[in-house]
Design a protein around this ligand. Structure first.
Ligand code: ATP
Ligand code: MG
Length: 456
């Protein structure tokens, strides 16, 4: 009933320019579907106990409380969600009154974080993103990007500001039903990612949604609906306007998902990789040189395999792989101009990193490690005397050695060199000594006075 009332309210309040969008929205709202507990497979036993506690406590205090977003989407697939997000009609201040272990965070959106040891349950108040609203709380950039969006609303408002239909499903703690305003359940069963509303407008509001489309398609094995996919090719450059700090996290999630290789292929396909790693993309486009493609693909495959085997992966290794060719090309250029090799590489590393951090703000400790991995590559060449021992003791040796092996496997370094280092690490003291001994100089023959026949 509430929904139908809302439908009429929307129609009659529609302003001239907003009326079409409002009508579309209202029509969809009139199709709200409620899936009862017996019509879906989500059970409370799959949820974090703390999330369940938060839901019940809010409900007991007289508020609405739902699980929403990625956790509902993942639970429907039987996956263990990364985190649990709660949506409520309580304001952040009201949430804070309900929970002692709670902090209000965020500038762009104010949210409540409820702490349980190391687990944080994020509780967000329903928000509206009604573009007809003349509200000081909402700020839009001239290119259509939402800068601040803190208009509280109802669940019917909240649903429309979410990105994909499968991310806009609400699990209601009151009766364990799932509320679906956007056809998300059908899309979920069909394995389709569909943006809510007009895709181009939604990408302009927040270009990061293009990256999220790729990330979820890869993570869930879903396809991207044609209308959601089409504008990406054209709008990909909008990502350049996103603050570099926001992109780093998104990029990490993308490449450390265990399906990094698919993410890479897809980002390249849509022209999104270019906006994130312009220098790497430039090298990848060189048709004469296949090395960067093979090298990056192999780095990603290895990293995906490590994740599958539950081994640790480090972001700096992958980023170093993405940019290695750019560093090498620039270093070679500098050497042609007369710089000594090690200086050339140091300067090239600095230049490449400073250009890269304009797109994605990579933390200092990560860029520092990338730099070390690159510069240690030169030191692998020095195999005589004490140098190999010192290199072995370098804190970044292991990563740099793995990098060398990767280069060798993909034709970017001598296999013999990589094998030498593989052997050297496990060799006995005597063997190591032998391996690092300077090649014996041939005894110079005693000089005999040569007759210079020319002078004769
Ligand atoms: P995961 O946590 O697995 O990465 P998620 O869908 O939960 O995926 P979050 O970033 O945790 O992603 O966001 C939670 C929810 O908030 C999303 O499911 C979506 O409904 C909404 N959301 C997040 N980012 C955006 C965005 N850029 N535009 C619109 N809605 C968004
Ligand atoms: Mg989430």
């Amino acid at each position: 009933m509430k929904v139908i009332l809302n439908f009429f309210k929307k129609i009659f309040s529609a302003s001239d320019e907003g009326d079409v969008a409002d009508l579309e929205r209202s029509n969809s709202q009139s199709q709200v579907k409620v899936y009862s507990r017996s019509e879906h497979n989500i059970s409370r036993s799959q949820m974090s106990e703390n999330a369940v506690k938060v839901l019940y406590r809010l409900k007991k205090s007289g508020y609405e409380a739902y699980l929403v977003g990625g956790c509902v989407r993942d639970l429907l697939l039987g996956y263990e969600p990364k985190d649990f997000d709660v949506a409520t009609d309580a304001s952040p201040e009201q949430v804070k009154k309900v929970f002692r272990n709670c902090r209000i965070i965020g500038r762009r959106f104010r949210l409540a974080h409820v702490f349980f040891g190391r687990e944080i349950i994020e509780v967000a108040t329903f928000r509206s993103s009604d573009d007809a609203a003349d509200n000081k709380e909402q700020k839009v950039h001239e290119d259509g990007r939402l800068l601040r969006d803190n208009v509280f609303g109802s669940i019917e408002d909240d649903v429309w500001r979410r990105d994909f239909t499968v991310n806009a499903l609400y699990y209601n703690i009151r009766d364990f039903s799932i509320i679906d305003y956007t056809g998300g359940m059908d899309d979920h069963s069909a394995g389709v990612l569909k943006l809510i509303g007009d895709p181009a407008t939604r990408y302009r509001e927040d270009p990061v949604r293009m990256l999220r489309a790729v990330r979820f398609a890869v993570k869930l094995g879903f396809s991207i609906d044609e209308s959601t996919e089409k504008p990406i090719f054209e709008l990909a450059p909008l990502l350049k306007g996103i603050p570099a700090a926001r992109l780093y996290d998104e990029v990490l999630k993308m490449f450390l998902s265990g399906k990094g290789i698919q993410a890479f292929e897809m980002l390249r396909h849509y022209g999104l990789f270019e906006t994130l790693f312009p220098q790497a993309d430039h090298c990848l486009n060189n048709e004469q040189n296949n090395f960067p493609r093979v090298f990056i693909a192999k780095a990603l495959e290895n990293s995906d395999k490590r994740i599958a085997d539950d081994k640790s992966v480090t972001p700096y290794f992958l980023m170093a792989a993405f940019l290695w060719e750019a560093v090498q090309e620039l270093a070679k250029e500098k050497m042609r101009q007369g710089e000594e090799e090690s200086f050339a590489y140091q300067h090239a590393a600095s230049n490449v990193l400073s250009a890269q951090t304009k797109s994605i703000s990579i933390p200092k400790r990560v860029t520092q490690s990338m730099r070390e991995v690159w510069l240690l590559q030169l030191r692998f060449e020095k195999r005589i005397g004490g140098r190999p021992y010192r290199l072995l003791g370098h804190p970044r040796f292991r990563a740099a050695y793995d990098f060398l092996v990767l280069r060798a496997e993909t034709g970017g370094a001598e296999m013999e060199l990589a094998q030498w280092w593989t052997k050297f690490q496990d060799a006995s003291d005597t063997e190591q000594k032998k391996m690092t001994r300077p090649p014996r100089k041939r005894k110079a023959k005693p000089k005999t006075k040569r007759k210079n026949s020319d002078n004769d």
